[in-house]
Design a binder for this molecule. Structure first.
Ligand code: C2O
Ligand code: CU
Length: 549
């Protein structure tokens, strides 16, 4: 691929810094609202005080944040590309093979077709239906102009097929291919996405869902299921906001989008019969944004499962906070008439992510309101593990280091918001932040080592507690969704309080200033990574490795 053009940019803080979280007075907010777009209402939540940083950075020479950098824009042409279709499900039988081909395709979000990346021409990619215990071969063919890999998020498969360049496999170059042996030992909802510059590839829609079910489900017919992959995309002037070939941008808060999508559709709807129980298999595919979901209009809403497993029994819920990479299984019982909306609600704004239309002409496959049964398999597994004695925890701290002027950003500990619900994506300080100017860190407190220098080895079958503290007094405290590859864990406590829902997980949100205790089951041998699932944070260093031997 020939770069369309090369731009030489001297990075400098020439503009007033916009606060990236709350705790700032109104007059300090730069109004850069684009008409017609949700631009992240930066509503202050604390009384007027002095700004967090001076509105200019005196004496800072241009380029002190890493120097002049070559920035090659991505090829954004749509000429000759097929229009991507909506996702479809494919069942892949145990022992069989399937091919996913990654290639550019277009989708129109309202301002004309834009260039996206799709698997098999579908956005999202095909939903892969696997029987629990299945082993299948999935061949990746890379027809993208950039290298890629596939990570099978949450599946406890062989380390050689985990998709992490430099740890499990080399990248698959344009025109190349790779055969993954994919195993699905655990029932639940999973997803697959690239693990090479996924700040670009995931933003462009390159991901799909994986549904794993026991081969012979003996509990009779369950509710109808619908995969809902929730995302946001950052659009600007009729295309995605600039991304650069050399390195990720938006490396401070990560890339928060301004257009909300369900299954990559800004106006997603499903329909169901009056009174039907519909099971939503929810995947959070945002790059950075956490979501706080509720389902107004439903007769009943029950949380049934989390990332990699089921709760002992479904519980009634009103809202659920989920972060990038997390999944949830939610049963909604439809009303006799009207609609159910999927809402994302924060102190800053409310967004409609999708609508389930009640359609009286549809026959229910499984009517409510009888509660979904307790999950016997999950309960037995959780009981078996709960009481095993454990060693003192491995302690991690989450921190950030900023270069040049960015380092002079004092945070008042009393101002730290546990979750940054929104960030101004057009704020130049964030938009221009790159892995050259920002380093996010997972630090092993014992050894003082960080990220890929902080490696540990654990015995296979050991249960290892981790205590993860997200420093409130770092240069930019914000939440980090921490994901372990290859293993599953239980969240034991959040700031010392028992976690409300116990189920196997592989991502846990660590709010700013919080400490989370998890118990990792080291069941799957090999060398793996654990990282922040805000993709730009991972690009900016927030990845550590461990070995199960
Ligand atoms: Cu879904 Cu390494 O991540
Ligand atoms: Cu992070």
């Amino acid at each position: 691929m020939k770069p369309a053009r090369m731009i030489l940019v001297a990075v400098a803080l020439l503009v007033p810094a916009v606060a990236l979280s709350g705790c700032v007075a109104d007059e300090d907010l730069t109004d850069s609202t684009m008409p017609g777009k949700d631009h992240g209402g930066m509503t202050p939540t604390s009384p007027a005080t002095s700004p967090m940083m001076p509105s200019t950075t005196p004496g800072m020479p241009h380029g002190s944040m890493g120097g002049a950098t070559t920035r090659t824009p991505l090829d954004r042409s749509t000429t000759g590309l097929p229009v991507a279709a909506a996702s479809q499900s494919v069942r892949i039988e145990n022992g069989s093979s399937y091919t996913i081909r990654a290639s550019p395709a277009t989708r129109d979000f309202g301002d004309g077709p834009i260039r996206m990346f799709a698997y098999n021409g579908l956005l999202p990619g095909p939903t892969l239906m696997l029987d629990q215990g299945a082993r299948v071969t999935i061949r990746l063919e890379n027809d993208l102009p950039i290298p890629t890999t596939v990570h099978w998020h949450g599946l406890r498969l062989g380390a050689a097929f985990d998709g992490v360049p430099g740890v499990s496999q080399p990248v698959v170059e344009p025109g190349g291919s790779f055969e993954y042996m994919v195993e699905a030992p655990d029932e639940g909802i999973y997803w697959y996405h690239p693990h090479a510059r996924d700040d670009i590839q995931q933003e462009l829609g390159l991901y799909g869902a994986i549904v794993v079910k026991p081969a012979n489900e003996s509990n009779g017919p369950g509710p109808r299921e619908t995969v809902v992959m929730l995302d946001d995309i950052l659009l600007d002037e009729g295309d995605v906001a600039p991304m650069w070939t050399e390195e990720a941008n938006h490396a401070l808060t990560g890339r928060y989008g301004n257009t909300f999508l369900a299954n990559l559709d800004p106006a997603w709807t499903a329909s169901a019969a009056p009174g039907e129980r519909l099971r939503l298999l929810i995947v959070i595919a945002t790059i950075a944004r956490p979501l706080n979901l509720s389902f107004p209009g439903a007769e009943s809403v029950k949380l049934v499962g989390l990332d990699a497993g089921y709760l002992r029994a479904p519980r009634e819920m009103t809202s659920l906070q989920l972060s990038p990479g997390e999944r949830a299984i939610v049963d909604v019982v439809l009303p006799s008439s009207g609609n159910v909306t999927i809402l994302h609600t924060t102190p800053l704004s409310t967004r409609n992510l999708g609508t389930i239309l009640v359609d009286a002409s549809t026959a229910p496959t499984y009517a409510g309101p009888a509660p979904a049964a307790p999950h016997a398999r999950a309960a037995a597994e959780l009981d078996a593990i709960a009481l095993r004695a454990t060693a003192p925890p491995v302690e991690w701290e989450l921190d950030v280091r900023m270069m040049g002027g960015m380092g002079s950003m004092p945070m008042r500990p009393d101002c730290v918001e546990p979750v940054e619900w929104d960030a101004d994506p057009m704020d130049p300080m964030n938009a221009n932040a790159t892995p050259s100017t920002v380093t996010w860190m997972i630090r092993d407190v014992d050894t003082g080592t960080e990220n890929l220098n902080a490696t540990r080895t654990f015995a296979k079958e050991s249960l290892v507690p981790f205590r993860i503290t997200n420093l409130a007094d770092s240069a930019h405290p914000m939440q980090h969704p921490i994901h372990f590859h290859g293993q599953r864990f239980l969240v034991r406590a959040i700031d010392g309080e028992p976690a409300p829902d116990v189920a196997w997980k592989d991502v846990v949100l660590v709010p700013a200033g919080s400490t989370i205790d998890i118990l990792v089951e080291m069941s799957n041998p090999g060398t793996w990574v654990a990282h922040c699932h805000i993709i730009e944070h991972a690009e900016a260093g927030m990845v550590t490795a461990f070995t199960v031997a």
